[in-house]
Design a protein around this ligand. Structure first.
Ligand code: MN
Ligand code: MN
Length: 476
């Protein structure tokens, strides 16, 4: 082969092939600094917002600070004008943020939806018991976890308790450096000969995830049994006014204690709990906070319960979106127009959720030709699902083409992706629940390592590109 022929092939290759190149090497001048600065705000959000309620609250606070007002406080008819910024808070766990567009709502909205719940351990309704000199809490895990990852780890307790007098109290124990932490005990290797023979699914059962919460006996009654349990109840009663029955009327969640951190010598990654999917929640939030006078009405929807199937009245598989659009339509200058079905049919959405990044140790579960690499930009996924796209929202070629054009025109660095090998497993997102209403939807978000583990890893450049992608889409 002559040198000339080789360069012709290289030229053609450049014209026709899709290159795989690190996003870090494709950033424009000055952009690397913006990537690192953006990550500081992101880490702050992750450290503050460790439950769905805390994430919803943080989003609302940020929105209020940027001139968003409550939709329900706006007058019917004329309350919403082009450029109006509003929020709708739902059950303290769901937030819709909106900026009204120049075009009427029946021409469709641009929606970015992310979930702000994350896998964790919840307390059982009757958690407290005493055994073998210890007070313990029983837990029931929430979402898809590898149970062994949640033992022998510092955990913090976050949540709300409804007391019998109707008071609602909020609890956070384990985040302040002076706070005590909690931990699920694990079997020492010395005595784990039988356990180590079991497969990973069977080695621990859900009922083995029990939390150590104390060991001091109640003083002054030698005859009494379960003095440690009583002493914990007494302590909780003194501190919070709580009696045992109040555990039943509570939502108490155990999450890994501590703050989000830079990861790696070069600080190019973020290591933190809850990045699935608060990474998309935060980036979508930042995108809409900065949005002014969009062409189409722009919405960011932060929902709960994705990790357990988007169920319940705070999940994406509820009619909240329909309700919210009705409340919005009633406040436009065309209040007679209540055809919410038509608004949704004309609308476009990004299901903003994370996907699996290639883990160098486990390449075997990926089709490397279609897998997403860490630090190679935000991932655009045509479909999710498992075993033959089952349960997937499979985005149309037309809509994928539209998103590709928006991203390329705005210099968003993105890559394509697929969760893993065809029959390796799979997963779902809120995409199909948005698609149910007739919107065009595709999945788009950063790739993570160690998804659903107590410490998940994201690349700062991918986080930044998710923000850029959502901003470009909301403005389209
Ligand atoms: Mn997710
Ligand atoms: Mn998940």
């Amino acid at each position: 082969m002559t040198e000339k022929e080789e360069s012709r092939a290289q030229k053609l290759q450049k014209e026709l092939s899709l290159p795989k190149k690190s996003a870090w090497e494709r950033l424009e001048a000055g952009e690397k600094e913006r990537v690192f600065t953006f990550a500081e705000g992101y880490k702050g959000f992750l450290s503050r917002a460790k439950t769905e309620r805390e994430a919803a609250r943080a989003a609302l606070e940020a929105a209020r600070g940027r001139g968003f007002t409550s939709l329900m406080d706006l007058p019917a008819a004329q309350g919403l004008q082009p450029g109006s910024r509003f929020f709708l808070s739902w059950r303290d766990k769901v937030v819709l943020l909106g900026v009204m567009g120049a075009t009427p709502m029946e021409e469709g909205v641009r929606l970015v939806g992310a979930h702000v719940d994350a896998p964790r351990l919840d307390l059982k309704p009757m958690p407290l018991y005493e055994k073998d000199g210890l007070a313990m809490f029983k837990t029931h895990y929430y979402g898809g976890i590898k149970k062994y990852q949640w033992t022998a780890l510092p955990l913090a307790l976050h949540g709300v308790i409804m007391l019998r007098d109707g008071r609602r109290i909020e609890v956070v124990v384990g985040e302040d450096p002076g706070d005590p932490i909690f931990s699920v005990s694990d079997l020492l290797p010395h005595l784990a000969k039988e356990q180590m023979k079991k497969n990973m699914e069977e080695a621990l059962s859900g009922d083995d995830l029990n939390l150590v919460v104390g060991s001091l006996p109640f003083e002054g009654d030698d005859e009494f049994k379960e003095k440690i349990r009583l002493a914990i109840l007494q302590l909780l009663n003194q501190r919070y006014g709580l009696i045992e029955e109040d555990f039943i009327t509570a939502e108490l969640e155990l999450v890994p204690a501590g703050s989000a951190r830079d990861l790696g010598f070069d600080r190019s990654l973020v290591g933190a709990y809850g990045q699935d999917d608060r990474v998309c929640g935060y980036t979508a939030l930042q995108a809409i906070l900065e949005l002014e006078n969009p062409l189409h009405t722009a919405l960011v929807l932060l929902v709960d319960k994705e990790e357990i199937g988007s169920t319940g009245n705070t999940g994406a598989h509820s009619r909240f979106l329909e309700y919210a659009l009705t409340e919005m339509a009633a406040r436009t200058n065309k209040p007679g127009f209540f055809n919410v079905g038509r608004i949704m049919a004309a609308s476009q959405a990004i299901s903003a959720d994370v996907t699996a990044g290639v883990d160098p140790t486990y390449e075997n579960v990926f089709d490397m030709h279609n897998a997403s690499l860490m630090g190679h930009g935000v991932v655009l996924n045509k479909y999710s699902g498992s075993r033959g796209k089952y349960d997937a929202n499979d985005a149309s070629a037309e809509f994928m083409g539209r998103l590709r054009d928006i991203f390329n025109r705005q210099h968003v660095i993105w890559q394509s992706g697929e969760m893993g090998k065809v029959d390796a497993g799979g997963g779902g997102t809120i995409a199909k629940f948005l698609a149910y209403f007739g919107l065009d939807v595709a999945d788009c978000g950063p790739a993570l390592l160690s998804m659903h583990a107590p410490l998940e890893i994201a690349s700062k450049v991918d986080v930044y590109m998710a923000y850029r992608a959502y901003r470009a889409f909301l403005a389209s």
